[in-house]
Design a protein around this ligand. Structure first.
Ligand SMILES: Cc1ncc(COP(=O)(O)O)c(C=O)c1O
Length: 398
């Protein structure tokens, strides 16, 4: 049986053994409800407090600015919906966002449009990056929220979030009611993320991208920023997010944040080298391969490459049969293959959008993995192009 190689770490990551060890006691003997006054409750409350410090530490926040959620999707929903429903404007409210946000921001904005909000979706040009001039030009009197992610999940490009933060702060200093949310789900733990440097009001993170279990994440809420809770229940999380705290998951997330923070510099360099080894060789040796996104301003662990004349899904399945797990950016909904909207937003046509593959690296990956992938990949592409010669090499679609 061959060894499987996992290059889909932007989708999710395996749980770190130290993270698992940290959470285990809270699945067994330390089971108290963190809101209970007795010993069992105080024991788990202490663990939640510690995890809050650890989660805050990764993004240079204060512990009381962390609201635990069920993950990145809920953090994004709480940020966008919670902010706009608590801080209503007099006129029809307006949101500025990018055209390549994760569906948990994009679809929320589209839903808000149906409720009468106006939304501007900023272009990202061929490098996958928004322009600060476009952000400035899009903001108008009724703009209540700017939501632009730090790093994109498909192509890894990093947005000018510090400049956006500065712009929004200046407007607020001038008396405007406008706030800045950023989705840091892919960035946190991969590059330095500092809420003070960015100057954001709200920032979303998720545990399962940093070697902790699925089902837990956090929203950073800057002191003084008011949100309407989206999960209404008890007074947990300072009344912003009701529901009994999932202590084992919170403990795991805290441990993972601490580990990610400690490994950050070294691990980013290592991942960047692996990524460059793969990408450099593919772009040089496989004809009709093109990098998607900006070659410099991006996360160290993602390479997104389009292959002319190749259906990404076909290549993904072919690689999977040979033990290599990657992803396409495209969503397969109701049986029809939709080309990735992110790749299309770069101005790539359908052929290149359909032929895009994301390779995303994580802690377990090695140089041997890269070399094996390179060997398999070029053969797979040759085989697929031979099977469909009409598409071979150059674009048959245009
Ligand atoms: C950029 C980004 N935002 C949000 C999410 C959603 O996070 P979760 O899976 O924790 O709901 C993801 C997950 O892929 C993501 O990549």
């Amino acid at each position: 049986m061959f060894r499987r190689i996992y290059l889909d770490n932007s989708a999710t990551t395996p749980v770190d053994p130290d993270v698992l060890a940290a959470m285990m006691p809270y699945l067994t003997e330390k089971f108290g409800n963190a809101s209970s006054i007795h010993f069992f409750g105080q024991e788990t409350k202490g663990a939640v407090d510690k995890a809050r410090h650890q989660a805050a530490g990764l993004i240079n926040a204060r512990p009381n600015e962390i609201v635990f959620t069920s993950g990145g999707t809920e953090a994004n929903n709480l940020a966008v919906r919670g902010l706009v429903s608590r801080n209503r404007t007099t006129g029809p409210p307006h949101i500025v966002t990018s055209s390549i946000e994760h569906p948990s921001v994009k679809n929320v904005c589209e839903d808000l449009e149906k409720q009468g909000f106006a939304v501007t979706y900023l272009p990202v040009y061929d490098n996958g990056i928004v322009k600060i001039e476009d952000v400035r030009a899009a903001i108008r009197g009724e703009t209540i929220l700017v939501s632009v992610m730090i790093a994109n999940n498909e192509i890894g490009t990093i947005q000018p979030v510090q400049e956006i933060g500065k712009l929004v702060r200046e407007l607020r200093a001038g008396g405007r009611k406008i706030w800045f949310h950023t989705d840091a789900v892919q960035a946190a733990g991969k590059i330095a993320v500092d809420v003070e440097e960015i100057g954001c009001d709200l920032l979303s993170t998720s545990a399962h991208k940093i070697n902790a279990p699925k089902g837990i994440g956090a929203l950073y809420v800057r002191r003084g920023v008011r949100l309407h809770p989206q999960n209404i229940g008890g007074r947990q999380e300072r009344g912003v997010r009701g529901g009994t705290e999932p202590v084992p998951l919170i403990v795991a997330f805290g441990a993972a944040c601490e580990i990610a923070g400690k490994q950050l510099g070294e691990e980013s360099v290592r991942l960047g080298r692996l990524r460059d080894r793969l990408e450099g060789s593919v772009l040089e040796n496989i004809p009709g391969s093109l990098l998607n996104g900006d070659p410099a301003q991006r996360l160290p662990n993602i390479a997104n490459i389009s292959f002319r004349g190749i259906e990404g899904e076909g290549l993904l399945i072919n690689l999977d049969m040979q033990g290599i797990a990657v992803s396409t950016g495209s969503a397969c909904s109701s049986g029809s293959l939709e080309p990735s909207p992110v790749i299309r937003a770069l101005g790539r046509g359908d052929e290149l959008a359909r032929g895009a593959i994301r390779f995303s690296f994580g802690r377990a990956n090695t140089r041997e993995d890269v070399d094996r992938v390179l060997e398999v990949l070029s053969k797979s592409i040759d085989a697929l192009r031979t099977l469909a010669p009409v598409h071979s090499g150059k674009s048959a679609i245009g």
